[in-house]
Ligand binder design. Sequence first.
Ligand code: CO
Length: 631
Amino acid sequence: MTVKHPLDPLKEEEIKLAVDILKADKRYDKTSTFSSAILVEPEKTVVQDFNEGSSFPRNVKLLGIDSNQDGGFCAEIDILAKKFVSLERLPGNEQVPYAMGDFATAMMLTKENAEYQEALKKRGITDLELVQIDPWPGGGFTHESIKSGHRAFKCISFLKESLEDNAYARPIQGVIAWVDLTLGEVVHVEDHGVIPMPTEHARYDAGSQSNLREGLKPIDINQPEGSSFEVDGYQISWQGWKFRISIHDVQGLVLHQLSLHDRPILYRAALSDMVVPYGDSDPMHSWKHVFDGSEYSLGRFINSLTLGCDCLGEIYYFDINQISWDGEVNKIEQAICLHEEDYGIQWKHIDGQGGAKEVRRSRRLVISSMFTVGNYDYGFFWYLYLDGTIQMEVKLTGIMGISAITDETYNPSQAPKVAKNIAAPLHQHLFCFRLDWELDGGNNQLFESEIELLPINGNNPNGTQFQSISRHLKRESEAKRDVAPQSSRIWKVVNPNKENSLGIPVAYKLMPGATPKLLSHPDSVVSKRAAFAKHNLWASPYVLEEQGAAGSYTVMHEGQSGIEVYTSKDRDISECDLVMWHTFGLNHVPRPEDWPVMPVEYCGFHLIPVGFFDKNPTLDIPPSCDKKNKS
Ligand code: CO
């Protein structure tokens, strides 16, 4: 069991050993089911000072629930010393993430419940095998009969025509089962009245289409000399870029120690958390605001990718290991995809006066994973470019949440019609990325820059002048900022102690997209629990424990932790080990074209060098002209 680097993902044997050590302890409860096994990343200094051959810790956090009526267990195990480091019991309002064991229990309890079966009978549904139950997090909106601190789900359901059918075509409208997982009971069934079942299917498989289009000839991506990147374990090198990757159970795809030409840029970059709040008044949706990260453990829904289908070209895949609900290990093969893509023109100029005519091609390195959480699918794509640009692109696809409607219940402003007798409620997808900077080594500063019009006066008689202004954000309270695309607002991370040859301190800017922020009322439960989405930017000094944008454990959470709480201390960030939190996403106003499965929609951000180099760093790309191309 050789682990080469302190940030290497957990090996199968390491997870097994950690589980064995836990099971051998007298405090282990035989009813335990697991939600996650997470590598405890060592202190920054251990990682930064690591040399081949130096020793490093391998500690694993095992999370799960058992017969204790609290928030579950969090056991830290030192697998090198084969001993327990700590065993923490979480409180009822800060529970371990939901896991397969919880889903299975909620589905079973709901189907067995007489009141639920009665509601189904009213709708002519008797074959429970064809009923699909979708449990949703109960945090924030729980029924009065669920005791505070109890683990809860709200279950909605759908009816299939056959076992292979897409159940989302037929919502069992108006029926909601409240499940108290701690008690192991359905405590309440809501029935808002019978709405007729939509009659059309929503199958998206090729065999269910009436015809398949013709005329798409193959596009063959061919790299005759192989790819230009190198892989050593979980470290990747490409065109001066060097970094490590891993999958975190909650955060999904993580970039570690990203550097360019041996100049550090980011110590760590990953999703911290995300929330999907619904804006509809329909009781099937009005309470929904799932944290796909910290409540559902996004990383655990990672896809095993298929060569030639998910990924085209010269692909390198990474496998990862995850704990299963019963403490066994699941190997997810081909979980992370690495490849290069041609990206059009990097730069070009024709000197019309007889000088050089030059063009260079751009390409990017793509590191990606896909995650399927219930009805929705998310792709997280990091792109690294030859000119120093870093991009995060989230791809949103899959199936929307929907309601069955009649002409009388149809409310197009909150839930547009997407198919016959089917409406999809407006909702948001908001992602919070935590960017732990180490720009050119050492401490960093944060600036906000934007364009400002100058007043008409003697110097600006025509009112045509504008200028770029920068403001140093020195405290956490000053760094709660929102996007302003009309003034080209960006946020710049500066290393004040490193200058380029022009005497300009080196910097990278975060260029946000034209993104929304949280829409819910400031006094709402959603705003309290998902406070990270109230602003597009937050910043804080690095603290090891401050990783979760909504808190570390958010199941049944009341909003008592997270980035708003961390930054309430209003700490000095004028020059520090800077952590930036960027919330972005989109407002989803459903269209018929999004049904039955959504064409990919995109959102994300760019990190772009500003004076990090002395000039265009891509002048040294050799000209290329592929003679095999046809015209
Ligand atoms: Co959506």
